[in-house]
Design a protein. Structure first.
Ligand code: UD1
Length: 417
């Protein structure tokens, strides 16, 4: 297993290019299961989660081929309907096969994902929605066993905004008979991206990106080509890297609108941000002001940026209150940031972050994807060396992070542990 070693203290300068969004490519890959044929997906990031999803599709009989940043998914040989535990447990997003399998094959055997590093992550909304579309679902031996004749359009109102359940329902509903209306749908850019891809396949989806999505079922879908949208969480992570190091960096190939909530917070902290059509320039400064923040569904502040933002607040002047409204226990980065000298207290779903003049390098452990990113950011300004172990978490969602940070002037190395 590798670890990342960072020698802190460099102001980052230069340009960094953003790759395609992990959370957009994963459902697009499973949407390919809705038809037989070869779909070509461009701007696909080289990430462990994408490889894992490739394995899930291969288990189902698909052929998945990466060339450069293009992924070919050939579903003509699909011969299974099972997503096994050993793959699902390494990546919860494997649940995205449920809707497409039920819609295309009328059956699915998908392992229940279980919890994750920051507590329970139920899939009840996915299950309920599939039932409302007419599927018969049971839980047995840790698996969701689903059977369905022809799915039937329904009106489904989610009790909370869920990206995954909205995506799964959209995929299942586009081959159902009649019309499906999803109420309280997730509005994330990745939902719009998935709807665009499905519409290219021949689906009839309207309203993606709003609270109400309407899907008119069609008999047949066909393979399609699609270019993945830029990763807004990678974008945000490099924005914080610029801010925390008092650097001056230009982030390219991104969508500034997708990180609006973060941009507004950084401006409040005193960071200068200039946005172009597809680029963001971040000019940090030594003295950062603290602000409070609450995570919320899009267009609110992304929970996937909470840990990274907390690293910034740890060295911002004043106290900051950070509340997590999506995943209430998502604080596994806190004990590690404390080991680096941060002053953070947790009360229920809220972190009280005090000011420290400096963080100090320490051996720390990556506990999940975004928590690891927070440790990398903290390491960039810590005194001395920070050794981050279990970097496979980082590799799930950040392509070549050590090379990209290195190009910006950081002293970052990946070494075998
Ligand atoms: C997706 C993202 C993840 C991000 C999260 C919230 C992917 C692959 N992952 O995860 O990076 O942090 O959105 O923006 O895109 N919930 C239920 N029951 C369900 C489903 C969800 O109670 O069946 C709850 C969750 O526990 C959470 C909230 O709904 O409190 C939102 O979760 P959801 O949007 O579904 O997250 P994911 O799709 O799993």
């Amino acid at each position: 297993m590798d670890k990342i070693v960072i020698k802190g203290g460099r102001r980052l300068k230069g340009k960094v290019k953003i790759v395609g969004a992990k959370n957009a490519v994963l459902p697009v890959m499973t949407a390919c299961l809705l038809c037989r044929g070869v779909s070509v997906i461009e701007n696909v990031p080289r990430l462990r989660d994408v490889t894992t999803m490739g394995k899930v599709l291969e288990r189902l009989g698909a052929r998945v081929k990466f060339e450069g940043d293009t992924l070919q998914v050939d579903t003509s040989g699909i011969n299974s309907h099972e997503a096994p535990y050993e793959l699902v447990r390494t990546m919860r997003a494997s649940i995205y096969v449920l809707g497409p399998l039920l819609a295309a094959q009328g059956k699915a055997r998908v392992s229940l994902p279980g919890g994750c590093a920051w507590g329970p992550r139920p899939v009840d909304l996915h299950i309920r929605a599939m039932r409302e579309l007419g599927a018969d679902l049971e839980i047995e031996h840790g698996y969701i066993l689903g059977k369905a004749g022809k799915l039937k359009g329904a009106t489904i109102r989610f009790s909370m905004s869920s990206v995954g359940a909205t995506a799964n329902t959209m995929m299942a509903a586009c081959r159902a008979s009649g019309t499906t209306v999803i109420g309280n749908a997730a509005k994330e850019p990745e939902i719009i991206a998935l709807a665009e891809f499905l519409n290219r396949m021949g689906a009839r989806i309207k309203g993606a990106g709003t609270e109400t999505i309407e899907i008119e079922g069609v008999r047949k879908l066909s393979a399609a080509d699609y270019r993945i949208i830029p990763d807004r969480i990678e974008t945000g992570t490099y924005m914080v890297a610029g801010a925390i190091t008092a650097g001056d960096i230009q982030i390219e190939d991104c969508v500034p609108e997708h990180v609006d909530a973060l941009t507004r917070k950084l401006i409040q902290c005193g960071i200068k941000i200039e946005t172009g059509k597809h680029s963001i320039r971040v000019k940090g400064k030594r003295r950062i002001d603290s602000v409070d923040m609450v995570t919320a569904p899009y267009p609110g502040f992304a929970t996937d940026m909470q840990a990274q933002f907390m690293a910034l607040m740890a060295v911002a002047r004043g106290n900051s209150i950070i509340s997590e409204s999506i995943f209430k226990d998502r604080f596994s980065h806190v004990p590690e940031l404390r080991r680096m000298g941060a002053k953070i207290k947790i009360e229920a779903n809220t972190a009280h972050v005090g000011y420290v003049r400096r963080l100090s390098g320490a051996p720390v452990m990556a506990t999940d994807l975004r928590a690891s990113a927070a440790l990398v950011l903290a390491g960039l300004i810590a005194d001395g060396e920070t050794h981050i172990s279990r970097v496979y978490h980082i590799d799930r969602g950040y392509e070549a992070i050590e090379r990209k940070l290195g190009n910006l002037g950081a002293r970052v190395e990946r070494v075998p542990e």
